[in-house]
Design a protein around this ligand. Structure first.
Ligand SMILES: Nc1ncnc2c1ncn2[C@@H]1O[C@H](COP(=O)(O)OP(=O)(O)O)[C@@H](O)[C@H]1O
Ligand SMILES: [Mg+2]
Length: 597
């Protein structure tokens, strides 16, 4: 795990950060009218609660005390009406705030996904997948809480408190001051609580992140764990991380368990003081029983939003930390730049030239040095060399997955940096050793969900590469569902699908990167025939570690430690008795051994 990962999860959000808030509010903007509507409803609903104690004061003092039965009826109806109205408004409020939350979250997720799709591969080299997934799920979810309840409900709590204070002071200033005497203790207690919870909150997040990434890594590498029988060891490690997480949670529960009863206690003290002081006043007839009655209810009402506010504080804090991380992802600008005025590139004849190309994945660690070669239209060029020689890197820079540091790469004589990436890639198909299949069916995996390619053409592509033989015996043929990354298909079958995929797009330039290295001999023969058909009329770069595949190439480039060491055709290179000759001998012996059981 990189340090970066840790520090990211450790972001200890302030509960309010004006810069982040401003940006977050930008997401609500399209739904401004819902927000205004919700806030208006809030002001009303916040008043309806505090109206009831006041009405009950009127009932006691004006009607019960004077035995006015009719008046009492009237007030009772009013109280009931206020309750009813409050429930109705509450319904709209809940509906619209959640509606607002869901809408903004949808937008944010779309933005995250589309941004992530545009990032250069370099970004993914450095960022663990688990972390990206967390951004799009957990972090977005905590913003949902902020949008749907946080922002609007804070208004509700504040308004409720204001209305209560208004009614209390309106009825009796001195008794109000007595009631509020406990407020400093409450404020101090809340402050203390928040400080403590803040620290534990960060611990919980941190341990959760560790728990998740550990789990993810081990599910991905399950077969390795099982074959090396490391279950018990891994379980022990997991137990420790799990225990840390549990303890952090228990610490935070402890503070909550102290805080809530404390608020109850403080509100009881306030009630006792009202009864003691207010009761005395009633006895001296300087206060009516109705006011005392109303104050007792207000005190109950007053402490709930204060307690809720500290809950809201948590939502805010979580949301701020999440938004910080989300914005960090949205602000990552590891892109492969497109030129402002790209050269039009509708057709290509498939001429490729590398001119003094130098390339490094990371600063100054050149994996390709001074590479120059030219491929004429329709030619097949093979690249050979040991693992790590830089063969795949050549493909990576030709397709502009990465940009080069020095030199230039030309297609049809045009520097590829002057082309729109999409135009360039339109003409190139790549078949890799590891075939990636998406969930869906066989058909959509060949067409890559491009509905413009008719089924006929897909079938034809499949039959040209010889994939139709196994597809036709599947129960649902081309509609057969592809399970998780094609787990039910063999490596060779997946390889054939990927050949069909390349052919269906009918590219002018075809690249095969060790496409046959993990299949059995029979499938290789099948693929060998397929490749011969594929190469006709196209420019092709074939990387293969089985030399048999490349003997017929027009030109062979031999790479060694990032440099081109030899070029020529099969016969010429053998005659040189250099690296290629040695590679060939090794292979030949290998094949001899295979033949004699
Ligand atoms: N994404 C990457 N980030 C950093 N270094 C890389 C990356 N991919 C490959 N390399 C390094 O570049 C060198 C060439 O790799 P590669 O082109 O994949 O070799 P080959 O395909 O010939 O086996 C290797 O030393 C490898 O470690
Ligand atoms: Mg490679």
């Amino acid at each position: 795990m990189s340090n970066d990962y840790k520090s990211d999860e450790e972001i200890l959000g302030k509960a309010y950060d004006a810069r982040l808030m401003k940006r977050l509010l930008g997401y609500i903007k399209p739904y401004k009218k819902y927000v205004v509507f919700a806030i208006l409803l809030n002001i009303v609903v916040a008043a309806l609660g505090p109206v009831r104690p006041y009405l009950s004061k009127v009932a006691v003092d004006e009607y019960i005390a004077k035995s006015d039965y009719h008046g009492l009826m009237m007030v009772s109806v009013l109280i009931f009406a206020a309750l009813l109205l409050q429930s109705v408004i509450q319904y709209f409020l809940t509906y619209y705030t959640q509606y607002l939350g869901q809408k903004t979250i949808y937008d944010l997720r779309m933005q995250l996904f589309s941004h992530t799709q545009k990032l250069a591969l370099k970004f993914f080299d450095k960022t663990p997948i688990g972390r990206l997934v967390t951004r799009v799920t957990n972090d977005v979810e905590s913003l949902n809480q902020l949008f749907s309840s946080g922002i609007v409900m804070v208004f509700s709590d504040v308004f409720t408190i204001l209305w209560i204070l208004g009614f209390m002071f309106f009825m009796d200033v001195k008794l109000s001051l007595v009631t509020l005497a406990v407020l400093p203790i409450l404020i101090y207690g809340t402050f203390l609580f928040r400080k403590k919870v803040r620290g534990t909150y960060r611990d919980v997040r941190l341990h959760l992140a560790r728990l998740n990434s550990y789990m993810q890594e081990h599910i991905t590498g399950m077969n390795v764990v099982q074959i090396f029988r490391k279950e018990a060891t891994e379980e022990k490690k997991y137990a420790r991380i799990n225990a840390d997480h549990r303890d952090a949670n228990i610490r935070s529960i402890f503070y909550y368990a102290i805080f809530f009863p404390s608020v109850e206690l403080i509100s009881s003290i306030a009630i006792a003081m009202i009864i003691w002081y207010g009761g005395g006043e009633v006895v001296q007839s300087s206060l009516t029983i109705g006011v005392l009655f109303a104050f007792l209810q207000y005190t109950e009402m007053f402490f709930r939003p204060i307690r809720d506010l500290s809950e809201k504080y948590n939502i805010m804090q979580t949301a701020m930390a999440s938004s910080e991380r989300i914005f960090k992802l949205l602000d990552s600008d590891t892109f492969i730049a497109n030129p402002e005025n790209p050269v039009k590139f509708e057709r290509t004849n498939g001429e490729i030239e590398f001119k003094d190309v130098w390339f490094a994945y990371t600063e100054d660690e050149y994996v390709l040095k001074n590479i120059s070669f030219k491929i004429k239209p329709g030619e097949t060029v093979a690249i050979v060399g040991h693992t790590g020689a830089g063969k795949t890197s050549i493909i990576n820079i030709l397709t502009r997955f990465y940009d080069i540091q020095k030199g230039s790469i030309l297609v049809d004589g045009i520097d590829i940096r002057r082309l729109d990436k999409r135009d360039l890639r339109k003409h190139i198909s790549v078949v890799l050793q590891d075939v990636f299949l998406f969930s869906g069916d066989i058909k959509s995996n060949i067409s890559m969900s491009n509905d413009e390619i008719p089924l006929d053409k897909l079938r034809q592509a499949a039959s040209t590469v010889g994939a139709d033989k196994f597809i036709n015996v599947l129960p649902d043929k081309y509609d057969e569902v592809v399970k998780e990354r094609g787990a039910t298909l063999s490596v060779g079958q997946k390889q054939l699908i990927s050949f069909a995929r390349a052919l269906a797009y009918d590219p002018q330039i075809l690249i095969l990167d060790e496409a046959t290295s993990s299949v059995d001999t029979e499938t290789e023969l099948l693929i060998q025939t397929a490749i011969e058909k594929l190469l006709v009329g196209r420019t092709a770069i074939v990387i293969a570690h089985r030399l048999s595949t490349i003997q017929s190439a027009d030109k062979i480039i031999v790479m060694h430690k990032g440099e081109i060491r030899e070029t020529g055709n099969h016969q010429e290179l053998l005659a040189k008795r250099g690296i290629y000759f040695k590679l060939y001998q090794l292979q030949y012996k290998d094949q001899e051994l295979k033949r004699t059981p």
